[in-house]
Design a protein around this ligand. Structure first.
Ligand SMILES: [Zn+2]
Ligand SMILES: [Zn+2]
Length: 238
């Protein structure tokens, strides 16, 4: 009887693909077959400074304070929609299936690393209060369970409100977010190898600023993993 009810339920309220919203009658998965084939995966040889494919990399000589950054996707199409739903529409249940893709990127790029713990890019307390959750926290926590690596949530703190005051901060305008983050000095970071998780990587300056604070506090290694990296327009390509 219950299985009959479940099959009715599946027909009436099928699970939907987390990227395109198409109904799926195979409940075991969160990604439809079409999306599996067409999602904007980061493929081929990548630049480990920015995590983009070589053809999309715009890295100059500017120093980034982390060892490596990778992402399974480019921030496009269904991936963009899905991350927006997680971030702005309280679809917190998407963190779990998205972390499956973090896991595959981890297995591809970081399987030889020995991380002491996983942490995430923090939100400013005002934003956290407003949103009620930090999407990067949810992603990192879910990944940590899959990897069986400890998750430490409050290693980094965002002490400066970049969104509201970015116009007033000259360093921010130059793509720098110096002095925006701080570390919890009660947490021992000495010689620690850290995996830093975020939802979207754009210029890498947020990851770099977080990395800088972790290194200043004694960390030995900081590797970054985001769900998606934006495609940047190359200078002179238009
Ligand atoms: Zn789909
Ligand atoms: Zn690059």
């Amino acid at each position: 009887m219950e299985s009959l009810f479940n099959s009715f339920k599946t027909v009436l309220w099928p699970q939907r693909c987390m990227f395109c919203g198409e109904p799926m009658f195979d409940k075991a998965d969160s990604t439809c077959e079409r999306c599996v084939d067409t999602l904007p995966y980061v493929t081929g040889k990548i630049c480990t400074s920015c995590g983009r494919g070589r053809s999309e990399c715009t890295c100059s000589s500017s120093t980034l304070y982390y060892d490596k950054a990778v992402a399974p996707f480019y921030f496009e199409h269904g991936v963009r929609k899905c991350i927006h739903s997680l971030k702005f529409r309280s679809r917190t249940e998407l963190a779990e299936p998205l972390s499956e893709y973090l896991l595959s990127a981890f297995n591809k790029h970081y399987s030889d690393e020995n991380f002491d713990f996983i942490t995430c890019v923090p939100l400013h307390p005002d934003d956290l209060k407003q949103r009620g959750y930090n999407q990067s926290h949810l992603l990192a926590e879910s990944l940590s369970k899959k990897l069986n690596i400890e998750f430490k949530s409050d290693v980094l703190r965002k002490i400066y409100h970049t969104e509201k005051q970015s116009g007033a901060l000259p360093l921010e305008r130059s793509g720098n977010v110096l002095g925006v983050f701080d570390v919890d000095e009660n947490i021992d970071l000495n010689n620690k190898k850290i995996l830093l998780v975020d939802d979207i990587e754009t210029t890498g300056s947020t990851l770099s600023e977080c990395g800088k604070m972790l290194f200043l506090a004694g960390a030995e290694k900081v590797c970054c993993l985001s769900v998606a990296v934006t495609k940047l327009k190359k200078k002179g390509r238009n």
